[in-house]
Design a protein around this ligand. Structure first.
Ligand SMILES: [Zn+2]
Length: 173
């Protein structure tokens, strides 16, 4: 009986908090989609260094030709009072500072939307981490990964129009 009790405490303490669970699950799905797409990707897609992207997504550390040197990605929790969190589910603080770049996940990231949107958000934000602020590049790359991995991509027409991506030189699948 005592053994069972101890085991139960161990199991409960091993459970991650709900938020960390949501974030880890989103990263796991994004990694799985990227890996499913990876074999058919060129070394560089839409100006994104694919091996740097993979390292950032999987190991949160990458060697960057874009920023120069080794960059560590930190994942932070944004607060609702942060200005950017009133508009976005997640954002990246750019450029990296002292070899570190922060991916900020806002409350909306964990509370709102379907898992598919969380996965797309991670795929999208990682483009900013690796290749800078261009929204059309980030959306084109993320949509391409979704399409290559699952045979379809999330409808991002309104986002594409809002950022005037039509003449950007980037394209959706
Ligand atoms: Zn973006």
């Amino acid at each position: 009986m005592r053994f069972c009790f101890l085991l139960l405490i161990f199991l409960l303490s091993a459970l991650p908090p709900a938020h960390a669970n949501t974030v880890d699950a989103a990263f796991d799905r994004a990694i799985a989609q990227f890996e499913a797409a990876r074999l058919n990707l060129p070394a560089e897609l839409f100006g994104v260094d694919v091996s740097a992207y993979r390292a950032a997504l999987t190991f949160r550390q990458f060697t960057s030709r874009h920023w120069g040197g080794t960059v560590i990605m930190r994942v932070e929790n944004g607060s609702a009072t942060n200005n950017s969190c009133s508009r976005f589910a997640a954002f990246v603080r750019l450029p990296p500072s002292e070899g570190q770049v922060s991916l900020v996940l806002c409350p909306q990231f964990s509370s709102d939307g379907a898992d598919t949107l969380r996965t797309l958000t991670i795929l999208h934000e990682l483009v900013h981490v690796v290749a800078g602020p261009n929204e059309c590049r980030a959306m084109a790359f993320a949509a391409h990964i979704e399409q290559a991995a699952t045979g379809r991509f999330t409808d991002v027409t309104s986002y594409w129009r809002a950022n005037e991506c039509g003449g950007s030189g980037f394209s959706l699948p």
